[in-house]
Design a protein around this ligand. Structure first.
Ligand SMILES: [Zn+2]
Length: 365
């Protein structure tokens, strides 16, 4: 199962495993790629391969067993969202004075440390890098190799400079992974001390085949929709919330329809009423804005004569109808106004009011 369970980018996986086989594995590796491309999954697989007690071989290259004590403990970090939430909650429960001193880490094995961006700024902080420096020069306790995984490329300035010092003289027995959506956000001096591997997007049909195996409950049409919306990222496709998306999209279609045809607004007011309360409303409205953008983009594709690029293919009939009622300028101004709504939301204007204003503003004369 192990490496064969990784989807996409076979050449990169092969090269990394080959370097392991030849014991030329770099001390610092930048794994770049879109959110959901598999950077974290791959880093954890390599961490297990570096430390697996069975050290199995598949296709002539090093693999991991997934069953030994090291593999099992490292695998507990796989559900990154859950582990991160636990770490953040543990900090929330500390005394005020300790809270300030405490940084967020995910650690399920004594020699493997995952360093996420620290909330609320969501950047890697200097105290996190200090913790890395404190441990990295000691031989691993239970593994062969100490592994550090920075899950984000956004570093505070002092943190980046401290990391640079480690990269200048890394110990023999440590490997550092830097995961980033954009290597350009790392200091050039950091980039030059690491090997960069960029995980490319998977082709749509490959993603659909993957979903056919992993989400058999979805119809072929639904799989094709998710594959297009995930833009080649396996992780995003796998965890896609299709129910939330389609329900938000129904609302978005109705909002655009109302705006374009200047029908009765009571339906719209009823819809936005339901958004008022709390965090759930917040999430709903974010889904709605996201789907509005994706529909407007599809309308632009239809108008620009590139229907192949349309992602919401399962509602193509409705999209075509909308695109006949809307000209290019209308769509462009709708996108602008949507950006205004988003800014308004960030300033915490009453949500439903700013959405109603959005729809009213779009009414055609
Ligand atoms: Zn193992």
């Amino acid at each position: 199962m192990p490496f064969s369970a990784f989807h996409g980018n076979p050449e990169i996986v092969h090269r990394l495993r080959d370097m392991l086989a030849r014991q030329h594995f770099p001390h610092a590796i930048i794994l770049a790629g879109a959110s959901g491309a598999g950077k974290y999954t791959l880093a954890l697989m390599l961490a297990r391969t570096l430390n697996c007690l069975q050290a199995p071989v598949s296709d002539g290259l090093p693999d991991f067993c997934g069953r030994c004590a090291n593999c099992l403990r490292i695998a507990q970090a796989e559900d990154f969202g859950a582990r991160l939430a636990e770490a953040v909650e543990a900090r929330e429960n500390l005394r005020e004075i300790d809270k300030k001193e405490t940084r967020i880490f995910v650690q399920t094995h004594p020699d493997v440390l995952v360093i996420p961006p620290d909330p609320p700024q969501m950047m890697i902080k200097v105290d996190q890098v200090r913790r890395v420096i404190q441990g990295i020069y000691f031989r691993p306790a239970e593994a062969r190799e100490r592994v550090y995984i920075f899950t984000d490329g956004r570093f505070m300035k002092e943190a980046a400079n401290s990391l640079l010092k480690v990269l200048e003289e890394p110990p023999e027995f440590a490997t550092i992974f830097l995961l980033t959506e954009n290597p350009g956000e790392l200091l050039p001096t950091i980039r030059s001390r690491a090997m960069i591997f960029t995980l490319a997007a998977l082709p749509g049909d490959e993603l659909e085949r993957y979903l056919a195996k992993r989400r058999p409950e979805w119809s072929a049409k639904q799989r094709s929709l998710v594959a297009r919306l995930a833009e080649g990222a396996v992780g995003r496709a796998h965890s896609f919330d299709l129910v939330a998306y389609t329900s938000a999209r129904d609302q978005a279609l109705s909002l655009l329809g109302t705006a374009l045809c200047a029908r009765d607004h009571s339906e719209l007011f009823r819809m936005t009423e339901s958004f008022r309360p709390g965090a759930e409303g917040r999430e709903k409205i974010e889904h709605l804005l996201e789907t509005l953008y994706s529909l407007l983009q599809d309308l632009i594709f239809l108008h620009s004569g590139v229907p192949d690029l349309v992602r919401n293919t399962d509602v193509q009939g409705e999209l075509t109808k909308l695109s006949q009622a809307a000209d290019f300028d209308w769509i462009a101004s709708a996108a602008d106004r949507l950006a205004e709504v988003e800014r308004g939301l960030r300033r915490n204007l009453l949500r439903s009011l700013s959405l109603d204003a959005f729809a009213l503003a779009l009414e055609k004369d």
